[in-house]
Ligand binder design. Structure first.
Ligand SMILES: Cc1cc2nc3c(=O)[nH]c(=O)nc-3n(C[C@H](O)[C@H](O)[C@H](O)COP(=O)(O)OP(=O)(O)OC[C@H]3O[C@@H](n4cnc5c(N)ncnc54)[C@H](O)[C@@H]3O)c2cc1C
Length: 423
């Protein structure tokens, strides 16, 4: 009990510190707007504009001195909000909310940011003449490079399509698949698998939903037993068939059977919420020690890549080898990278980034309220509930929250400077 109170106290301190930082940042930006002069500039190239890269670009564009600018290269037409994807793969009518228009978040002085909607296809890291190539064939020089290319996965973990239109079609395709199915098997009990399985079973109580997870506890590294218990209890209430600690052979067929230790599960719809792969193929110019066996990038505590030959290359977000992988942590790293690039330009010492416990604060959705699964505290059918989880290494706290069907979509749109839900 005492440990939990201390944890909540520590969280309040973090929130106050962050609010103060935001205020100081606003003032610094106003000053920067009045002092930055556009003109011929050296480039800081950021590859990827999701949580890590978009925030790094925002910080850089609002703090770089005259003579430098940030060039953001992003292949997607819109910011793709990952954490609503399991929900919008099941529930119809919200798909457009997962695609947030780019640009207002940068909000930088003229000339401080160039946006390139394209895909980086090659990198030439030559001393004094480093450059990247985009799929149009153009080359762009860089003085510093920020790798924020994240991970690749299928729906419901990533959209896997570049345009909003294609993304919406893909989400609707998933909804139709689930609507037609009777026996759905979800593989993988990380955030995506848990959220999908609970949404499916609460939205379609008559269908059989099985979740198979290879570990004995749900969710992954960085989570303690409390969140497993809260999520598993809710799954039991909903009637999700939860299979833990098994790694069966997964067939490729659209319909078939999965053989478990003590029984066989039939399916006519299979969803794999496993196998997120870091996007590191472009960076094989770094020495082989720069990569973990899983393909993630090893970084120094300054967030420069491990390879000491490339001190002007930084990395942030899901692409790097950090325990906590979420949007909050990716943004913290993006901010630390921006700060260190600025310090390098100014000839100042680099600062160290160390992942903090509060970066792991997590919200996992655990289904929707339906007539079959009413919850007293939630009046409206269609609303949902989530478990909030935090852990400072000494104590763990879980709380159950009610949430709208669209989750935090509107808040994220506003945070990124966009009006919900303009095109
Ligand atoms: C189902 C689910 C729920 C989640 N819920 C939460 C949550 O509630 N809270 C939270 O904080 N986190 C949550 N996360 C985690 C969060 O989504 C990730 O940690 C976050 O997306 C990582 O951001 P990133 O910037 O590192 O990379 P990514 O989001 O993977 O983005 C990488 C970007 O790089 C671009 N890119 C890649 N290669 C190229 C190239 N060659 N050229 C140009 N562009 C390129 C991509 O288009 C993409 O925009 C959730 C994740 C999932 C899957």
């Amino acid at each position: 009990m005492f440990g939990r109170l201390i944890l909540i106290g520590k969280l309040i301190t973090v929130i106050l510190r962050k609010a103060l930082f935001q205020l100081q940042w606003k003032l610094r930006r106003i000053l920067h707007k009045h002092t930055y002069k556009p003109g011929e500039s050296k480039n800081i190239v950021v590859i990827g504009a999701s949580f890590a890269g978009y925030h790094a670009a925002h910080c850089l564009a609002n703090s770089l001195p005259t003579g430098y600018r940030v060039v953001v290269i992003e292949k997607n037409s819109h910011f793709q909000l990952t954490w609503v994807l399991p929900r919008f793969s099941v529930v119809q009518g919200h798909e457009n909310k997962a695609f947030i228009p780019y640009s207002p978040y940068i909000n930088a002085p003229d000339g401080a940011c160039l946006w390139v909607h394209d895909s980086v296809t090659a990198i030439q890291p030559k001393e004094g003449a480093s450059r990247v190539q985009v799929s149009s064939g153009d080359w762009i020089d860089y003085e510093y490079l920020v790798i924020a290319t994240g991970c690749t996965a299928e729906l419901p973990s990533r959209v896997n399509w570049d345009s909003k239109e294609e993304g919406i079609i893909a989400l609707r395709g998933q909804q139709r698949r689930f609507d037609r199915a009777e026996d759905i098997v979800v593989i993988g009990g990380g955030a995506a698998g848990v959220e999908l399985a609970t949404d499916l079973k609460s939205h379609y109580p008559e269908k059989n939903v099985t979740l198979i997870h290879s570990h004995p506890k749900l969710l992954g590294a960085g989570f303690g037993p409390k969140i497993h218990d809260a999520v598993a209890k809710e799954m039991e209430r909903l009637g999700v068939d939860l299979v833990l600690g098994e790694r069966p052979a997964i067939p490729d067929e659209f319909a078939g059977e999965i053989v478990l230790k003590d029984r066989t599960v039939h399916y006519d719809c299979l969803v794999k919420c496993i196998g997120q792969k870091p996007n590191t193929d472009l960076f094989r110019f770094l020495d082989s020690n720069s990569f973990t066996p899983s393909g993630h990038l090893r970084v120094q505590d300054t967030l420069q890549v491990q390879d000491a030959q490339h001190t002007n290359v930084y990395a942030a977000g899901d692409v790097i080898d950090e325990v906590i992988k979420n949007g909050r942590s990716a943004m913290e790293q993006g901010q630390a990278v921006a700060q260190n690039i600025l310090r390098s330009i100014q000839g100042r010492a680099q600062v160290k980034y160390r992942q903090q416990w509060w970066e792991g604060l997590t919200k996992v959705t655990i289904g929707l309220v339906s007539e079959a699964f009413p919850i007293q505290s939630i009046a409206n059918i269609g609303q949902g509930q989530s478990v909030v989880y935090m852990n400072d290494g000494q104590a763990e706290v879980t709380m159950t929250l009610r949430q709208k069907t669209e989750l935090d979509s509107a808040a994220v749109w506003k945070h990124l400077g966009a009006t919900p839900y303009d095109i």
